[in-house]
Design a protein around this ligand. Structure first.
Ligand code: ADP
Ligand code: MG
Length: 528
């Protein structure tokens, strides 16, 4: 039998199994229901593992030698080929490894829906309805993502269309790591500046009574749509007196201090915002994902599956779940880590945590490459003529954006790579072999990120039982997805490897600046 029909059969069979269990369920039997879901999903996932393995062996997974030559360019000296091959062994994830990751993620998602403080936090967002597309009016939104901070006004036309005005601000490290009130005062000052920037084109100015959606992309224990306390800072933020506090109140207090007439009506995570913003124009959006400074995902979950949810369930059939998947596999059960990943982790403010995000997101990829290059130089395998420069030894000196520029350089002499290494990173002299190795390292680190992100997508779509039917749109916001060459293709090929033809049922769609727009939409919905 062909592997795909077998896979579909197993998938449909296991889904039917889950529904059969659900029909016979009484409230007290919730635990066995969950077990049923677990078994159903595991069988489904296993089906995918077993069947798409044989499918992909024929089509997608390439033999290692073929991949190495493609990534590394024409052969180098035998020694350099050996160095690259060792790096490949460390960084490459095979199809079956990815499928194991998907299985583990499904398992952890179910645990997170049962109890607090699990590896994947699975936070209820209190957002229970997708937009209808008819919401209208002008709303303020703040998007605090990690690297960029945006103040926006979104004018919803009630027909799925949106007009946007925005100002972007950089948050200096000194502000990120200062006192909480100083951080929120800075945010309020940026809002004031926004109204100065847009005074000529906005019909309502700073004195209008604005409703605001606050996209605050950090793990929050949300108790209602406009109240939630920060669980932990991530992405390099450490501002004091914020963890454990209600982020809405901290922002509202700063607006009061700065005499701004703004009501914070919704607290939103960027993943939730991304999902909502794309759903405004595309109702079959079922998940929102971030591939920017950080990485995370939100999706639509049936309320009966959110065992730990303590709020009222009356009239609610589903709720968006903010997964906070950055903490997945912190105990290193399923994803192979390299010595370079351990080094990166040990230099973060909270070692041992958020390690999945470290393998994927923009804040960390360039730094992983820098650590690898610096190590290769120390071993005498790279920049043999001059060694590493002081700049290459500096933490975070290698921007993730360099990886994009390096990977897109297809010139014979790798001129752009030479420029980045010699001008930006101060390496005195590079050979073509050096540059090829650097390009290969970027490809390995970037590909691993894309394949892990795809494994996350596969887990989420499987969890929603949407693999077998067409039309599941995953909205993705963030510069990594938008700007990194080949990232989207790499994600897609990993999906095909893992899921076979079922991957065709998943659309990965860019939702540029979706986070802020979704926050404005949720503020609009909160008013209804
Ligand atoms: P935020 O996470 O603050 O919403 P972005 O979505 O713009 O902001 O993501 C910023 C991250 O994207 C940074 O970590 C940066 O390294 C990375 N990035 C920016 N430009 C590029 C690029 N051209 N290629 C790859 N990554 C990029
Ligand atoms: Mg963002």
């Amino acid at each position: 039998m062909d592997s795909l029909p077998l896979q579909l059969l197993l998938g449909v069979g296991s889904v039917l199994g889950v529904y059969t269990i659900a029909l016979e369920l009484s409230t007290e039997q919730l635990e066995s229901f969950l077990l049923g879901i677990g078994i159903g999903l595991s069988v489904f996932a296993l089906g995918s593992v077993v069947t798409s393995q044989s499918y992909t062996n024929k089509t997608a997974e390439k033999p290692r030698s073929e991949r190495s030559i493609k990534e590394a360019g024409p052969p180098q000296t035998p020694h350099h080929v050996h160095v690259l091959s060792q790096l490949q062994d460390m960084f490459e994830l095979s199809t079956s490894q990815l499928q194991r990751i998907v299985k583990q993620m499904l398992w952890d998602m179910n645990r997170g829906l049962e109890k607090d403080n699990e590896a994947i936090k699975m936070l209820p967002t209190h957002v229970c309805h997708l937009p209808k597309g008819t919401e209208a009016g002008s709303y303020l939104a703040l998007d605090l993502g990690g690297t960029n901070f945006r103040v926006c006004v979104f004018t919803l036309d009630g027909k799925g269309g949106v007009e946007t005005r925005q100002s972007k601000f950089m948050i200096a490290d000194a502000v990120k790591t200062s006192e909480g009130a100083a951080l929120f005062d800075f945010i309020a000052d940026c809002v004031k500046q926004f109204f100065v920037d847009h005074q000529d084109t906005l019909s309502n100015g700073v004195n209008h009574k604005w409703k605001l959606g606050f996209c605050f992309s950090f793990p929050v224990n949300q108790v209602s749509i406009n109240e939630g306390s920060l669980l932990v800072w991530t992405k390099g933020f450490t501002a004091s007196n914020v963890v454990g506090e209600n982020a809405v109140k901290l922002l509202q207090d700063a607006f009061t201090r700065k005499s701004l007439n703004i009501e914070v009506s919704a607290l939103v995570n960027d993943t939730t915002g991304t999902l909502m913003s794309l759903a405004y124009s595309k109702p079959s959006t079922c998940a929102g994902m971030i591939l920017g400074t950080g990485s995370n995902c939100a999706y639509i979950e049936k309320i009966e599956n959110i065992i730990k949810y303590k709020g009222s369930r009356e009239g609610i059939s589903e709720m968006l779940i903010n997964m906070e998947w950055g903490g997945f596999d912190d105990t290193h059960i399923v994803i192979p880590r390299t010595k370079y990943d351990y080094k990166l982790d040990s230099d973060t403010p909270t070692p041992g945590t958020w390690t999945f995000e470290q393998l994927i997101s923009g804040l960390y990829l360039g730094e992983i490459v820098r650590i690898v290059l610096s190590d290769l130089a120390d071993q005498g395998d790279l920049f043999e003529n001059c060694g590493a420069s002081p700049e290459l030894k500096k933490k975070n000196a290698f921007e993730t954006a360099y990886m994009s520029k390096i990977e897109i350089d297809n010139s014979h002499d790798l001129i752009k790579v030479k420029q980045i290494l010699e001008v930006q990173l101060g390496i005195k002299h590079t050979t073509l072999i050096d540059r090829r190795i650097v390009k290969s390292v970027c490809a390995l680190v970037g590909t691993r990120s894309a394949r892990l992100a795809a494994a996350g997508v596969a887990a989420v779509v499987t969890k929603m039982n949407k693999l077998a039917t067409p039309g599941c749109i995953v909205g993705i916001d963030g510069s990594l997805f938008e700007l990194y060459p080949n990232y989207q293709n790499r994600m897609r090929s990993a999906l095909v490897e893992m899921l076979g033809m079922c991957a065709d049922n998943i659309t990965l769609e860019q939702a540029r600046d979706g986070s802020g727009q979704g926050a404005a939409l949720i503020a609009a919905l909160a008013e209804e």
